[in-house]
Every structure is written in structure tokens, then in C-alpha cells.
Design a protein around this ligand. Structure first.
Ligand code: BTN
Length: 240
């Protein structure tokens, strides 16, 4: 595992994707990103004071490929566990990749794949407080607790928690991970809009199912939506 530290870079995910010989758990972190990326081609506002980092997970032959669909959820639980160690707040997990506090986003996760490597990119709003236009939808640990935190320590804790969580996952611990996700399920009983290409489905969010999909009640019929295929929004307004 190597650690790459940057004052400024385009994107820690992009950096690792450009590297030739990646090792498991190689970690890149930056104080600022000029082209921070989110999911679905969104940009990720990357101001100093946030934890902006990516690490490598090499494909493990012990794990069937379809199981990797659950990876963003395993990462989410690792982030939740790490955050809890730093500051006790009522964190919620928004399927598939976000952490919320008080109805505002505090962390986003972007999992990408290049060759046999998954690049797990995480942004956590830590000591940053200025969200400009996003101030009604984003928050940080500092805003919520009035405290400042050591960013590198938090990053290393997330990676450690992920290592433990992934080990747990490999050793049959999915049930426990899923239980944690459902205990913190932000979408439960909320009106959701699911957009798959041009088709929009409205319903009420349900639990995360054993296969990692989200159950949604659509006019009394329970349907499940797949990781990676859906885009969820509220009241026709996209939630990033
Ligand atoms: C999302 O909420 O859509 C995912 C956001 C992921 C942002 C992180 S910041 C570190 C890493 N580098 C990037 O360019 N993106 C991820």
C-alpha cells in the first residue's frame, strides 16, 4: 500500500486510474481537486477542509463478480463506522452511495473499475463550511458538531474500517452489513423518483434487499431496483 498526498490534483480517482502498477489499498488524498467527479457525470465540489481520497481494491478471486455489485454498500458501512468513531451524529445511508445527516449530504462515494482494480473514491465534508449554492443540501462534520477534525486521521480510519468490513464481507458477513444499512436507511418510507434512462417511476422507498437492490412500493406493488441502474430523486429534484 502506497500513500500519495497532493495539495491539489484534478481528481484522486483519475490519478489512480492513470497509475500503471496499482497495489491493493494504494491511497491517494488531496487537499483540493480541480476536477472532482461524482456519480452520473456530476462534478464534486472539492474545497479545502474536506476529506478527498481514493484507494484501490484489487479484484479478489474468492468473490464472484456479481457480489461486487454490493461494494458501494460495503464502502458506505465502512464510512458510517469511521464517522461514528469521530463524531456521534444521526448518520443515514442513502442507497446506493451517500451519507446524510439532518437531511443534508455529508459524504459521497464513487466506485469505478479499471482493469482488475476497483477505485473507491470518497468525499467527506469535514472542516469545510462554505457550500455556496449547495448550502441547503450539504453539510459537514464541523457544521454539525462545531468541532474541527484531523482529516488524514479520518481518511486512514475509513480505509482501516473498509479493510475490516471487506474482510467481513468475504467471510460471509453480508447479513450484518445489510442490517447496518437498513438501520440507517435514509430512503425508507420516503417518496422517491427512480429514473432509468427516460423512464420515470415514482414510489415509496423500502428496505435494501439481500441482493443489494432497493425495494420500492410502486402503487402498492413492491418492485426492486438495481444498483447502478437507477437514479433517485425527490420531488423531481435530483439529489446528488
Ligand atoms: C457522488 O456523491 O456523486 C460521489 C462523490 C465522490 C467524490 C470523491 S472526492 C475523492 C474522489 N475523487 C473524485 O474525483 N471523486 C471522489
Amino acid at each position: 500500500m502506497r500513500v500519495f498526498r497532493f495539495g491539489e490534483i484534478d481528481s484522486t480517482n483519475s490519478f489512480l486510474k492513470r497509475e500503471n502498477k496499482l497495489e491493493n489499498y494504494d491511497l491517494a488524498m488531496a487537499k483540493n481537486q480541480t476536477e472532482g467527479r461524482g456519480r452520473r457525470g456530476n462534478s464534486w465540489v472539492s474545497k479545502e477542509g474536506a476529506a478527498l481520497f481514493s484507494f484501490v481494491l484489487k479484484e479478489n478471486s474468492k468473490l464472484p463478480m456479481e457480489e461486487y455489485r454490493k461494494l458501494p454498500l460495503v464502502v458506505g458501512v465502512a464510512v458510517l463506522r469511521a464517522l461514528k468513531k469521530f463524531q456521534s451524529l444521526d448518520y443515514k445511508f442513502k442507497w446506493t452511495n451517500d451519507i446524510y445527516v439532518n437531511e443534508k449530504k455529508i459524504s459521497g462515494i464513487l466506485v469505478e473499475k479499471i482493469n482488475e482494480n476497483f477505485i473507491i473514491g470518497i468525499g467527506i465534508n469535514v472542516n469545510n463550511e462554505d457550500f455556496g449554492d449547495l448550502k441547503n443540501s450539504a453539510t459537514s462534520l464541523k457544521i454539525e458538531s462545531n468541532k474541527e477534525f484531523n482529516i488524514e486521521e479520518l481518511i486512514l480510519t475509513v480505509v482501516e474500517e473498509f479493510k475490516n468490513c471487506f474482510e467481513e464481507f468475504l467471510n460471509g458477513g453480508w447479513e450484518l452489513i445489510l442490517k447496518e444499512i437498513n438501520e440507517k436507511n435514509y430512503l425508507l418510507d420516503k417518496p422517491v423518483t427512480i429514473k432509468i434512462i427516460d423512464k420515470i417511476t415514482r414510489g415509496i422507498g423500502g428496505k435494501v434487499l439481500d441482493d443489494g437492490t432497493l425495494e420500492v412500493d410502486v402503487e402498492g406493488i413492491k418492485k426492486s431496483f438495481d444498483i447502478g441502474e437507477v437514479h433517485i430523486s425527490f420531488k423531481d429534484k435530483a439529489v446528488k
